[in-house]
Design a protein around this ligand. Structure first.
Ligand code: 5GP
Ligand code: MN
Length: 347
């Protein structure tokens, strides 16, 4: 946690009616959007002038979150985002460990004069880029840290049902509905308190997970049936989706969320990879069971990173070359990949 003095300084900014900007990472997920909006509602309740922004569009299944329509998307509203960032006294940096994770927004954040506070749970935070750092890799989600932060500022009562819905989204999405990063009793204590705030957890879960379009579900079926390679000797399954595949199923942002988890759900698989052909680059998603670190794998070979059991990467090669590269890199980890997984992740 931050020191008492740091909390007092931050409280000074918040209570002063200062201009505050909230930022979160590229390809925002439930934790990024949820923690941004939780902080947004909290700061508004404290009387601050707040804006929230993300580098690019987030999935439509987070649109039910209160004030999600207030989030500025840099990709489509760069001027507005830049103006707010440059004029901010305090900048929240949520759910990312390094400024480059802001993509096209990164240089503006670097140039911004406001004090920067990082709240994050990814490994190896770039601490020198921030004035205040609240980072804990043993926490389920950035949302859980935001909860701790608000409580540490003495504002537990400001966690109303709106804030609680946002924080619920963070924890439920970053633990895969309590299927990983879920061995810490404290996470359940926090969730219990969120339920006490009056959220309808069952309904919210449905908003996130049961609002597929027909195209999205058919894309999932196609991906598993027609685009999944299984490399038994590497205990790995890889699903790839080309630009044409995505076009055929009228891809919308978020439609490939969760696809990689189906590959990991096979008993014989320890590592799952999703390779997606985006406009100008190839995006990779890695998931593992047990001790095999996809964070290290993504960092060392695929220009990315993340957590031990969930990470992402990026390549600028034709998709077939990327698939070949994944296979050849993994071949050098053959021994490491051939463990009998008990599927524990320690957290
Ligand atoms: P996903 O596969 O869902 O896109 O990402 C899995 C996890 O890895 C998320 O926690 C995400 O924040 C992180 N992640 C994804 N891409 C990158 C990346 O390029 N760099 C880093 N450091 N983390 C990433
Ligand atoms: Mn997260």
């Amino acid at each position: 946690m931050l020191t008492k003095q740091q909390l007092d300084e931050i409280n000074g900014f918040i209570s002063d009616g200062s201009k505050i900007v909230i930022t979160a990472h590229t390809n925002p997920d439930g934790d990024a959007v949820g923690s941004s909006l939780a902080v947004y509602h909290y700061l508004k309740a404290k009387g601050a002038e707040v804006s929230s922004m993300v580098p690019n569009k987030f999935p439509g299944f987070y649109n039910w979150l209160s004030a999600s329509n207030e989030i500025i998307v840099y990709e489509t509203d760069a001027k507005k985002a830049k103006k707010a960032l440059m004029g901010a006294d305090l900048i929240f940096c949520l759910d990312y460990n390094a400024v480059h994770r802001l993509g096209a927004m990164a240089d503006i954040l670097r140039a911004a004069k406001g004090k920067k506070i990082l709240i994050d749970h990814h490994v190896s935070p770039e601490t020198e880029s921030f004035d205040y750092v609240l980072s804990d890799i043993n926490t389920s989600s950035t949302g859980e840290l935001v909860y701790d932060f608000i409580v540490a500022l003495g504002d537990e009562e400001l966690i109303d049902s709106k804030v609680a819905e946002c924080l619920y989204t963070c924890i439920i999405t970053d633990t895969g509905s309590f299927s990983h990063s879920c061995n810490n009793p404290k996470t359940y204590d926090v969730m219990a308190n969120l339920v006490r705030k009056g959220i309808d957890a069952r309904r919210l879960h449905g908003f996130i997970y049961d609002t597929f379009s027909e195209n999205r579900l058919r894309l999932l079926g196609f991906a598993i049936n027609d685009r999944m390679l299984v490399w038994e000797e590497l205990k790995t399954a890889l699903i790839y989706l080309t630009k044409d595949d995505l076009k055929k199923y009228k891809y919308q942002v978020g439609d490939t969320e969760g696809v990689v988890n189906f590959a990991l759900s096979m008993e014989k698989v320890n590592l799952a990879v999703l390779v997606t052909e985006k406009d100008k680059k190839i995006r990779l998603s890695f998931r593992s069971k047990g001790d095999f670190s996809v964070n290290n794998l993504a960092r060392e070979h695929f220009n990315g990173g993340g957590h031990r059991n969930a990470a992402g990467g990026n390549m600028n090669l034709p998709i077939t070359d990327v698939i070949d590269k994944v296979k050849s890199v993994l071949s050098s980890y053959r021994t490491e990949l051939n463990y009998n997984n008990a599927s524990t992740d320690g957290l």
